[in-house]
Design a protein around this ligand. Sequence first.
Ligand SMILES: [Zn+2]
Length: 116
Amino acid sequence: MEHICPICNQETKFTGDESSDRSSLYSYEDYGCQANMDGHSYIYRIVDGTLTYLKVRLNDESGAPLFLRVLYDQDIAEVWSKSGFGKKINIGKAFVPDFSDLDRLKNKIKLYMLLS
Ligand SMILES: [Zn+2]
């Protein structure tokens, strides 16, 4: 598996068990983009070679953060923003984030929040 942040194309770094839940029964690896450019973040968890968790922060044109979280093992995808008072909106497991067009992805997240 390639460990590349699709937002800035920099290599992501193993963050080990910094956010480790020590009561967890399974072993996992956490990775995150450490590029620290433009305030974006891209963190994910691999369990037995499978992506199980992804959390992304993007900034819209005004610099306001937009958040996206996918819990692959629970079939949940959520979006939220500060302007939405952090209320998480479940957009369902069918959502597949496309990082090849960030503006489109940001607009999609905003649209989901408008429609909620
Ligand atoms: Zn990045």
